[in-house]
Design a binder for this molecule. Structure first.
Ligand SMILES: [Zn+2]
Length: 279
């Protein structure tokens, strides 16, 4: 099994104090967002491969240096890969990316336009897209809502990435969290573009939305574009796997449609690293 969405950071070093406080909103209770290597690896036991990011977004007080991520990955290089952080509002964005990819050997680029306060269609982002497409580097982007009050929701809409995919057809991109709560919008965007995928991380704990997203994915015939992820430390591995396997629990004893077992197994067993070209 593979996990394409997990985080590594030191919240005290890398997050602004108000950002730590706002994280409580995500689950409605206090979450310890610190990531310790041993606890992290214990949680990741079900996975052969894990894709990791920090986050760079000045507007909302996130800044995880790529060097920190690379050092974390170097402790388990056979199982961990990572993406360089990218905040296109910062003038040295491309310089940082070149260091993260060329010097540190990271495998792709992580964006969070809603956190950075930038429209994904902004001209400042296009150098990143063109560079990644040319170098066959995949992009993982946050998509959908968040709890940070300064993050503009308008920049989280999945349809914005339709325009990017039209302009950069061979750029591989993953829209995180199936763009919740705009899941159907996300599904129709990834349906159109062969190189666009979505990860299902951090959705199982909203079981009604999660169930409806999976049914919609079946109806649109895009379940083969859904990648498994957890969004550690916001959600743990075992809970996330159980959440997917139990996706039909809400509708037991009803005539409501079912998420097929084949779909559930295929999401869990997908070789996402191969689809994204991560070695
Ligand atoms: Zn995440």
């Amino acid at each position: 099994m593979q996990n394409v969405h997990a985080h590594a950071w030191d919240q005290d070093l890398h997050f602004a104090p108000e950002t730590i406080h706002e994280a409580d909103i995500s689950r409605g209770f206090r979450i310890d967002l610190s990531v310790q290597f041993d606890a992290f690896m214990a949680d990741m036991a079900p996975f052969d491969k894990v894709l990791l990011f920090g986050m760079k977004a000045r507007l909302n007080g996130y800044w995880v240096p790529d060097q920190y991520l690379a050092d974390f990955i170097a402790k388990a290089p056979d199982r961990l890969r990572g993406f360089a952080g990218c905040d296109p509002t910062q003038p040295d964005c491309m310089e940082e990316l070149r260091f993260g990819i060329d010097v540190l050997g990271l495998s792709g680029v992580k964006m969070g336009p809603i956190y950075a306060g930038i429209d994904p269609r902004d001209p400042r982002c296009h150098e990143v897209y063109a560079w990644c497409q040319e170098r066959q580097l995949p992009i993982m982007t946050h998509c959908g809502t968040t709890y940070n009050s300064k993050a503009p929701l308008g920049f989280s809409r999945p349809w914005l990435w339709d325009e990017i995919a039209i302009q950069y057809p061979s750029l591989k991109m993953v829209l995180a969290h199936v763009g919740h709560p705009f899941c159907e919008e996300c599904l129709v965007v990834i349906r159109k573009h062969p190189n666009l995928y979505a990860d299902i991380s951090a959705l199982y704990y909203r079981p009604w939305q999660f169930y409806n997203m999976l049914i919609a994915a079946q109806e649109y015939r895009v379940t083969h574009k859904l990648l498994f992820g957890t969004d550690y430390p916001f959600a743990k591995a075992r809970d996330s796997i159980d959440g997917l396997q139990n996706a039909n629990h809400l509708v037991e004893g009803t005539l409501m449609p079912r998420v097929s077992h084949e779909v559930i197994d295929s999401i869990l067993n997908r070789d996402s690293f191969a689809l994204l070209g991560i070695h």
